[in-house]
Structures are given as C-alpha cells and as structure tokens.
Design a protein. Structure first.
Ligand code: ADP
Ligand code: SF4
Length: 687
C-alpha cells in the first residue's frame, strides 16, 4: 500500500496568478555565487528544482547601482545587461517544473556602495548598519524616494521579462531600505514617511502596489518580512508593530514569506535553537491573512512539515539550509525514501562562507557549489570504472563519506576503526553541549552503509601496516583523523611551550573522558585546585564548547584567548553573541587579548598585566591539531599498496565540512570520475 501520510505536502498551492506544484519552497538565501559566478548560481538552483522543490527562489538581487552590497556576491538586475543571465536561470529552474522567484532588494543602510561610489541612502542621516564600517547614510529626499520607487519598478519589469513567476518585495533582516523606513530605530524623519506607524509603513505599501502593477496578474508578488526582532532593544515585535504590519497589509501581497530578524536570529545555529524555532514568532501570520504563508526554521522532519500544514501554521514549508544539505529532500519524501534524507546539522558553515563572500560549502552536502564547477551531483553515483575492493581505515566523517561514494558506485568496501563506536570526531563532538545534531553526519552515512551487503564495518580494529598489507585491498584509504596538540602550538603561536609541572589537557581528553570531569572541591570565587583555564587559540567553536562543558560540570572556568574577541571565527557562523551570553550565564570568566607566553604564563596584551592562577590550575589547550598520519607514512614507506590515499584530518586537519569534502573527493578520484581540472567562471572581456 502506498504511504499517503505525506500527500498533503505534494498538494499544489495557488500563489496569486501562479501555482506552486507542491509545498516545498526553497526560500532566497545567499549562495556566494553572485552575479559574477552565474554558472555556479544557476546550477545550484537548478539542482534544487531537480530535487523536487516546487518553488526555487533567487537570493537578494540588487535592483540598482545605489544598492551595491559588494563584497557580498549578491545577484544583480541593475539594467538590461543583467537580463540574459536571469533568463538562463529561470529556464533551468522551470525545466524541472518549479516556479522561479526573485528577491528584488535594496540594502538601504546595510549597503557600502564601495564599488559604485554612490552615497549610501536611508531614511535618516545615520551611520550604516555595519558598525565596523566607517560610512554614513544620506537621508533620502522626497525625490530620492520617488527615484527608488522608479528603480524598484524598473527592476521588477526586467525580472518579469526574464520570466520569473514570483517577484519579491524585500523588507527583512535589517538588510532592506524598506525595513529601515519601518523601524523607529532608523527612521527619524518628520515628513509623511516618518513618525507615525502609517507614515513609516507608507513606502512599503507603495512599493508593494508598484510591484503588483508591474506583475499585472502574470506574476505573483511576495512580501518577505521579518515579523520580529527578538534581540533588538526596540523595534518590530510579533506582538507589536510586526503584527500591525501584517494586519495593515494582510491581503495585498500574493504570498507572505515571514521570518525573524536580524540574520543571526533568522539563521540561528542548532547549537542554540531547535527545529521550528521561528514558529512562536511567525505562526500568527496565517490567522491575520488569507494569502498563503511560507516560513522557515530548519525543517527537516516530514512529520513536522505535515503537522504545520494541518495545524494551519504554514502553507508552504520554507527551507534554506535544509535545501542546501539535501537538494533532493522533497523527492526523497515523495518516493518514500525518508531514511535517505541528509538532514542539515545546523552548523552554519554555509553561512560562514557568505561572510567571506565565497561560494557556500556544506558539512552534510559536499557537492554544494560543485554542481557546475566539478559536475558533482548529490544523488547520482559517480560512474564506476569496475568493481574493486577498498579498505578504509577510520570511520570518521572522511572515511564514512569516502566509503559511501565507493559503495554507491558498486564497489566492495571494508571500513576498520579502532574505536568501539563509528563516527570519529563527530561522535565525540556531538557529546558537547548544543552539538548533538552533529551526529547526523555519521547517522546519515552509517545508515546507508549498513544497508549495503558489499560493505563490511569492523570496529575495535586498530590497523597496523602488517594487517593492512595482509588485507590486500585494491585501494587503501587512510582516514585516521587528527589529535589536538598539547604543546601550546596554535593559530597565533608556532613554537612548542614547556608547561613544566602544570597539568595540560586537550579537547580529546575532555571528550573521551580521559580527563575526569568531576571537580573535587566546591568552586569558589577564589582560585582553587578545580580551576580550569581554557586557552582558545583555535577560535572556532571548540574552545567555547569545552569551556561550556567544563563549567556545566561545576568547574571554575576561565576562558582565555589571544584575540580581541571570544571565539572569533564563530562570528561567521552567527554564534558568537550567543556563545558569549552562554558562557557569561555559566559564570565563565572571559579574558580576551591575553597571550600564552613561552614560559606558560598568561599576560594581558593591552595592560601588560600578568594573569595569576594557583599552581594546581589545569590548562585546557585548544590550539592546533596534528594529523594521525603515522600509519599512512609507514604504508607509503613499505610501498606495497596497489593504491594508497589519505583523506580528511589525516591529510590535513580541518573543520568537519573539510573532512566530508575530502572523503568525497578521494572517492571520486579513486573512481576516476573526477577531473582535477575544474571549470572556472571566466569574465568575458566583450571586445
Ligand atoms: P576525519 O574527520 O578525517 O574523518 P576523525 O578523527 O573523525 O577524522 O576519524 C578518524 C577515525 O580513525 C577515528 O574514529 C579513529 O578511531 C580512527 N583511527 C585512527 N587510527 C586508526 C587505526 N590505526 N586503525 C583503525 N582506526 C583508526
Ligand atoms: Fe546545514 Fe551546516 Fe550544511 Fe549549512 S553547512 S546547510 S547548517 S549542514
């Protein structure tokens, strides 16, 4: 009997004059493939359409030269010369039967306009909404407002000509001129566009009407609106002006695409939020409007999706990250392959790439951004060159991903790991507070591998050169990971330190239970033997996660880092403010700008003051890692392997995403299905 549980997700949804073929809606999100990497952008979105997303939306598309968001590679539709690129994109999305949507936007006070040199504009003369950038916005005159409306209309006209089905009006994330006009924080005007709620709403209402006029019953008009700013001191609230906006404009747009603001709230990571975290703010919208509503919240569970529709909380299931992690999520549900969904782990590595202005990467989906560059498909197995047997040593993310791709190509795979559990670092790291969902990296792969008869998995099997040689595999892949260094070498210090009699531990000791987590004395305000200094010279999540784990065990924890901010790189994954709050709540003392000296002492770089700790203080070093590549090097020296590779952290220590990618790339190399010569986006000089 067919499984009808999820049929409701495959019902068509009328959106104004167009019909979405199902309820799966890939919302606009930054891809890093902006206007200047069109092949990559088009292929990435086409893959989602192929995977069954009934609507595929294009990220923020700058409507004119005065909304220059560079260095973030947004889309552009400044003038007619941009249209052919969009036509090609629309054609690829529609080829798979999906609707194509475009998020037309003006960044307002979030622009820099550095490449165009045009003054940044906003409702009021204030610094731009990037405190670290020395720029101010010019207050728009009434004729500037008229010009903005005209340029939005012109962009909408071009988008319609390019063939888009849904034209967005964008008032979300604090990255929008229209949001700037709505908010009392940024709109300090005294004319008809400022002051009262109706006045601040005026421009959004006008632009919506302008866009509906352009759409003229051929395209739908969507309004992307952040109904709440949960972290803002004052601003829109879902039970205040946010709700008032939805009430005032209820049936004007053909579709409400709702979320929360700023971006760090909208794209909050799994470390601090659960699936569906936006619903408490957004689910009132359906009770206010008769128009369809799409919302997001890292939805990966089909049962949750069905419940949301049945409970009339959403009409369309919006997804950015779940559609990156698994572009084929809808088709897997449709075909009853729910167990094959590659669930987003909420790590925000994808988001971090946008901060860098680079094509996105994903921990779960190594093929993202490789659709055109490398012609990698997330589901189609690599073409096999015959049936061989492969031995993979190490069942971490690199080993498992490599094994999965070889298995899919029909090869015989044996995986050996010295531990009693599969998953390597993700199994260990998912025991840290907030990182439980990271075990999905292992779960997804292990599930596929366990179901395959040509795969053998041996745990508690420490491999040696002799054992490997005895195995006589066609290919040996060494994916034995890396270990945290205990000698003080880290991102800012390349010289090993002698810690003398001071007890030094690493994240490995904490995660494997080598370090006894229970303190022996009651922590007090003064330094006692249970004091732990976590020295973070790694700057991603691990230092703060270790500090959190130890503080939760009632240790008296001091977090020290040589950089000026806490867990600096987590700013790119939008976690940093939440990490600081969490550590403060746990009573962790935070000492940025503090260096570890060659003699193992700590000094504040700004004041020159030495930081003293009692002799029995334990130092948890979170610095660099060393590849566990002894076995690989010994095998290389022996020289008896038919084919020998190393992958993941064994090749070079990196983030989990890099391990998965490395495992994937190694498999493709073994299968000879990957050309080392990647395609490149080339600029045409046009003369
Ligand atoms: P990566 O991120 O590169 O996949 P991990 O550290 O997550 O690296 O995984 C490496 C795995 O390799 C661990 O599970 C570890 O137990 C295993 N391993 C390391 N050395 C050996 C060995 N000699 N024999 C078998 N397994 C090993
Ligand atoms: Fe999800 Fe992480 Fe992939 Fe982003 S990088 S889509 S958060 S798994």
């Amino acid at each position: 009997m067919n499984d009808t549980r999820y049929d409701i997700l495959f019902e068509p949804v009328q959106i104004g004059p167009v019909t979405a073929p199902n309820r799966f809606y890939a919302v606009p999100h930054a891809t890093g493939h902006g206007w200047n990497q069109p092949h990559g952008a088009i292929a990435l979105r086409a893959m989602k359409a192929e995977g069954g997303w009934g609507t595929v939306a294009v990220q923020i598309t700058e409507i004119a030269a005065d909304t220059d968001m560079a260095n973030h590679p947004m889309e552009r539709i400044w003038d007619d010369s941009d249209v052919p690129r969009h036509e090609a994109q629309v054609a690829m999305i529609k080829h798979h039967g999906s609707l194509a949507a475009i998020e037309l936007g003006h960044g307002g006070m979030r622009c820099r306009n550095i490449t165009t040199g045009v003054p940044v504009i906003g409702p009021s003369a204030l610094p731009v909404l990037r405190p670290e950038v020395p720029l101010q916005a010019r207050a728009m005159t009434l004729s500037d407002i008229a010009a903005f409306r005209a340029s939005h209309k012109a962009a909408a006209t071009r988008a319609k000509r390019a063939g888009y089905d849904i034209l967005y009006v964008y008032a979300a994330h604090d990255i929008s001129l229209l949001s700037n006009f709505l908010s009392i924080r940024t709109n300090q005007r005294a004319d008809e566009y400022g002051g009262s709620f109706e006045n601040r709403l005026r421009l959004l209402r006008e632009v919506l009407q302008d866009t509906l006029e352009v759409a003229d019953g051929r395209c739908a008009v969507a309004l992307r609106f952040s109904v709440a700013e949960p972290e803002a001191k004052y601003g829109l609230r879902h039970d205040g002006e946010g709700r008032d906006v939805v009430t005032a404009l209820a049936d004007i747009p053909d579709l409400w695409d709702v979320n929360i603001s700023g971006w760090s709230q909208d794209s909050a990571s799994a470390r601090f939020t659960e699936e569906g975290y936006q619903l408490p703010y957004t689910d009132f919208v359906k009770s206010v409007t008769d128009k369809p509503v799409v919302g997001v919240g890292r939805f990966t569970s089909p049962d949750t999706m069905v419940a949301l529709v049945k409970q009339k909380r959403l009409d369309l299931i919006g997804a950015a990250r779940p559609s990156i992690a698994d572009p084929f999520l809808p088709n897997k549900i449709k075909n009853g392959n729910i167990d094959q969904i590659r669930e987003c782990i909420g790590c925000n590595v994808c988001v971090s790439m946008d901060s860098y202005g680079l094509a996105i990467r994903c921990t779960q989906n190594p093929t993202i951004s490789e659709e055109w560059r490398s012609q990698w498909h997330p589901e189609a197995p690599a073409i096999s060159t015959g049936s061989q047997s492969h031995l993979i040593i190490g069942a971490g993310p690199a080993g498992l991903e490599c094994a999965l791709q070889l298995m899919r190509a029909g090869h015989k795979v044996t995986i050996a790991d010295q531990r009693s559990q599969v998953g390597g670092r993700v199994t260990l790291e998912s025991t840290l507070p907030g990182l439980q969902s990271w075990s999905r990296v292992k779960d997804y792969r292990l599930h596929q591998l366990s179901a395959a008869s040509e795969v053998n998995l041996y745990l508690e099997s420490a491999m040696t050169v002799d054992l490997v040689e005895e195995f006589d595999a066609d290919t040996v892949v060494v994916a034995t990971g890396a270990s945290w260094r205990k000698d003080g070498v880290g991102s800012t210090n390349f010289d090993p330190i002698d810690f003398g009699s001071t007890a030094v531990i690493t994240p490995d000791d904490v995660m494997t239970g080598q370090f006894n987590n229970a303190p022996t004395a009651t922590p007090t305000a003064t330094i006692v033997a249970t004091n732990i200094v976590v020295y973070d010279d790694d700057h991603f999540y691990m230092g703060s996660a270790i500090a959190e784990a130890l503080a939760m065990k009632a240790h008296n924890v001091t977090y020290i880092t040589p950089l000026p901010t806490i867990a600096t790189w987590t700013d790119n994954t939008l976690d940093q403010p939440a990490i600081v709050k969490r550590l403060q709540k746990l009573g962790v003392t935070l000492l940025p700008n503090t260096h570890l000296g060659a003699d193992g002492s700590f000094t504040n770089a700004l004041t020159g003051q030495a930081i003293e700790f009692s002799d029995d203080t334990v130092i948890a070093l979170v610095g660099a890692r060393t590849s566990n590549d002894t076995l690989y090097r010994e095998l290389q020296t022996r020289g008896t392997m038919k084919q020998l590779h190393h992958a993941g952290d064994c090749l070079v220590p990196g983030i989990i995403q890099a391990s998965v990618y490395s495992g994937h790339a190694t498999a493709r190399m073994i299968l000879s299905s990957d050309s080392p010569a990647k395609r490149r986006e080339q600029v045409s000089l046009g003369f």
